[in-house]
Design a protein around this ligand. Structure first.
Ligand SMILES: NC(=O)c1ccc[n+]([C@@H]2O[C@H](COP(=O)([O-])OP(=O)(O)OC[C@H]3O[C@@H](n4cnc5c(N)ncnc54)[C@H](OP(=O)(O)O)[C@@H]3O)[C@@H](O)[C@H]2O)c1
Length: 306
C-alpha cells in the first residue's frame, strides 16, 4: 500500500538524526516542533546564528547550503530534509557521500509544471531550473541508494512570511481597500505550511516512503477574489476588494516597468494572476494527511511561529 502514517514509524532513534535546511522558513518552523515531539533528534541549519536549545534533541548549526560540508553525527543514515532552495540542496547532495538508506525529503514548487510552457521567459527559465534541480536530487539519491521524495507545492501560507498574501493583507489594512485587477481571477490552491510540515514528518517517520515527485496543492480551488475576501475577513474592520478596470491598471504597470527593476519582474507576477495554477491534490492521501481548507485566521499572517 502506498499510504504512510506516522504510526507506521520504526522505534525512536532507528532512523537516526534528521538534518533540516530551511528550518527557519515557513514550513521548517512548523516542522521542528513536530520532529522534536515525535522523538526525532534534529540538526537544523541556518545562515544566521540561532539561540542554543536547552536540550540535545535540537542542535542548530550556522551554515550556508552553498558551502557546508556534511558529516553524519551517528552511524545511522538518518534523514536529509530541505525546505529551502532546492538548487543549492542539489549541489550539496552532489558533493556529499550520502550513506545508503538515507531518506531525502525536500520541497519543490508546482511552478516546475505551471511555468514550463510559459510565454514569459523569466517564468519558463525558473521552471527549467526547478525541474533540473529535481532531477539532480533524484539521480543523486538513486546513485547513493537513498530513498527520495520531492514535494511540489503551490501558494504556501500560514507562517506570516509568504511573499504574496501577507504583504498584500498588510497593504489592504493600511489602505482600507485592496486594489485588484477586475478580471484577474486565476485559480489557486493555497496550502498551509503546517500541513506540509506534517507530510514531511510522516515521510520521515513512516516505513514506506512514497518516492519520486509528489504534488501537494491545497485542497480547495479558489479564484483570487475569493482568496482575498477570505484573507481580508481576518482584518477588523475588514477592507474590501476594489476592482480596478484592467486597462487602467495595465497603463500604470507599463509606466512602472519603464522605471526598470524591480517593477519589470513584478509585471511577470501580475501576468500570472490572470492564469490558473492548479493541480491534482490526490497525493496527500499517500502521506496520511488531510490538508485544511483555506479558512485563514489573523494568526496565519503573523511571523512568530515556533
Ligand atoms: N513560498 C512559497 O509560497 C512556495 C511555494 C511553492 C514552493 N515553495 C518551495 O518551498 C521551498 C522554500 O521556499 P520559501 O519561499 O520558504 O523560501 P526560500 O527563500 O527558498 O527558503 C527560505 C529558507 O531556506 C533557508 N535558506 C535559504 N537560502 C539558504 C542557503 N543558501 N543556505 C542555507 N539555508 C538557506 C533559509 O534559512 P536562513 O535564512 O535561516 O539561512 C530559510 O529557512 C523552496 O523549495 C520553494 O521552491 C515555496
Amino acid at each position: 500500500m502506498d499510504q504512510c502514517r506516522q504510526q507506521d514509524a520504526p522505534p525512536d532513534g532507528v532512523r537516526g538524526v534528521a538534518q533540516v535546511w530551511g528550518a527557519t522558513g515557513a514550513v521548517g518552523r512548523f516542522l521542528l516542533p513536530l520532529l522534536r515531539s515525535s522523538g526525532t533528534r534534529v540538526v537544523a541549519y541556518s545562515r544566521q546564528p540561532q539561540d542554543a536549545t536547552a536540550t540535545d534533541d535540537l542542535i542548530w548549526r550556522q551554515a550556508d547550503l552553498q558551502s557546508v560540508d556534511l558529516t553524519w553525527p551517528h552511524a545511522l543514515p538518518g534523514s536529509l530534509i530541505c525546505a529551502g532552495p532546492l538548487d543549492h540542496f542539489a549541489d550539496l547532495l552532489e558533493r556529499t557521500a550520502i550513506p545508503c538508506g538515507t531518506r531525502v525529503v525536500c520541497l519543490s514548487s508546482l511552478s516546475a509544471q505551471w511555468k514550463w510552457a510559459s510565454a514569459n521567459a523569466v517564468d519558463a527559465a525558473l521552471a527549467g531550473r526547478l525541474q533540473a534541480a529535481e532531477q539532480r536530487v533524484l539521480a543523486r539519491a538513486e546513485a547513493s541508494r537513498a530513498e527520495c521524495c520531492i514535494l511540489r507545492c503551490g501558494l504556501i501560507y500560514g507562517a506570516g512570511s509568504d511573499r504574496t498574501l501577507t504583504p498584500m493583507r498588510r497593504l489592504a489594512g493600511r489602505w482600507h481597500v485592496l486594489p485588484w485587477p477586475a478580471r484577474a481571477k486565476g485559480l489557486r490552491q493555497p496550502v498551509h505550511a503546517a500541513d506540509l510540515a506534517q507530510v514531511i514528518l510522516n515521510a520521515v517517520r513512516s516505513e514506506c516512503l512514497p518516492t519520486g515527485i509528489r504534488r501537494l496543492p491545497g485542497p480547495e480551488v479558489l479564484d483570487w477574489i475569493e482568496i482575498w475576501q477570505r484573507v481580508l475577513a481576518t482584518l477588523h474592520p475588514s477592507p474590501r476588494v476594489l476592482r480596478i478596470p484592467d486597462p487602467a491598471l495595465k497603463g500604470l504597470l507599463m509606466w512602472l516597468v519603464r522605471r526598470g527593476e524591480p517593477w519589470a519582474s513584478k509585471l511577470s507576477m501580475l501576468q500570472r494572476v490572470y492564469e490558473d495554477q492548479i493541480a491534482d491534490s490526490g497525493d496527500w492521501h499517500s502521506f496520511g494527511v488531510t490538508p485544511r481548507r483555506f479558512q485563514p485566521t489573523s494568526q496565519d499572517f503573523v511571523d512568530d511561529v515556533g
